[in-house]
Design a protein. Structure first.
Length: 324
């Protein structure tokens, strides 16, 4: 499909969750206390579970929630989780595996009274969403992923020098985070320091297609969430994972990535298409690794399942920006 030029207006992540109809909840888990923003409860469910990526938090999804409202497809029964290691969650990732993260999400969703859900995940969150769908196929109705961590990221995590040829920016960031994590206290707060002296945004520019249209609140959030120890722990967790498990996913999987995404390998979609039975992937023009922030309406158009649209009327005049 042809791409439409231009990017979505910059959207702030600095928002009171109550304006979105979400309530802050602290939920116990096997990894410690996890902060959840949940709400928009309907009479029937299922849950819409939102899982952010490394160096993110629940607020990563603010642009997508607002875009769905504008398009006339409001998200209902939202469970937006601060994954262990990020946001306000006290839970830690050190020593945990992907299964532990999935179990944490499963336990939170069931404790809130849900037995079925639609999953949406970004980057690492996409990885966890796919694992949860494979572990509990009876509960997963759909999976939508934005730039999921895939084969190229796994290669870079396991073999940084070889994998770095495919994803040099990711491999470089991984080496930096591992080094800072090793330094302990000296490596903490690196994001805030870089932001304070004005160089975080230029350093992070490869993550976005057009940094000039990204709201300053995005870099404020990134400065808080750039946590070396959590990043290194997440890399260790995924390095031990076998993505062949995703062959057990029974629901539709829809994936998008930005045309300028430096964390997605050229052959990732083909590999995942061979593993996951019902998998489709689209590339979004004018977006990098954070397509849900840069082009939220397009991501909603691509990922929000048709089953979630049936009772809502779409706003007129919207066209797709999907490249393929």
């Amino acid at each position: 499909m042809p791409a439409r030029s231009g990017a979505s207006p910059a959207i702030s992540l600095d928002i009171d969750p109550r304006t979105l109809g979400l309530e802050r909840i602290v939920a116990p888990s096997i990894l410690g206390d996890v902060v959840v923003h949940a709400g928009r409860r309907s009479a029937h469910g299922p849950a819409t579970i939102l899982l952010h990526g490394a160096a993110g938090s629940w607020s990563t999804w603010v642009p997508l929630i607002e875009a769905a409202d504008r398009l006339g497809w409001p998200m209902e029964d939202v469970i937006a989780i601060d994954l262990p290691g990020w946001g306000e969650s006290e839970a830690v990732l050190e020593g945990a595996g992907v299964a532990d993260m999935s179990t944490t999400v499963f336990d939170i969703a069931t404790s809130l009274g849900y037995s079925r859900w639609r999953l949406m995940g970004h980057s690492l969150g996409g990885f966890v969403a796919l694992d949860l769908a494979a572990r509990h196929p009876e509960a997963a109705m759909s999976v939508g992923v934005v730039s999921p961590s895939g084969p190229a990221v796994l290669d870079a995590v396991r073999r940084p020098w070889r994998g770095g040829v495919r994803l040099p920016w990711f491999a470089g960031m991984l080496v930096a985070m591992r080094t800072l994590a090793y330094l302990g206290a000296a490596g903490r707060g690196i994001g805030r320091m870089l932001h304070r002296i004005g160089i975080l945004a230029p350093l992070a520019s490869p993550l976005f297609a057009a940094r000039s249209v990204v709201d300053s609140s995005v870099f404020d959030a990134l400065s808080r969430e750039l946590r070396p120890a959590a990043f290194a722990a997440a890399a260790r967790a995924v390095s031990a994972y076998d993505i062949a498990a995703w062959a057990g996913i029974e629901c539709p999987v829809r994936a998008v990535s930005g045309a300028d995404d430096v964390f997605v390998g050229a052959g990732d979609a083909e590999v995942l298409g061979r593993i996951i039975p019902d998998h489709r992937h689209h590339v979004i023009a004018g977006a990098g690794h954070f397509a849900a922030i840069e082009r939220p309406e397009v991501v909603v158009d691509a990922l929000l399942p048709f089953s979630a649209r049936r009772s809502h009327r779409r706003a007129p005049g919207k066209t797709s920006d999907l490249v393929a």
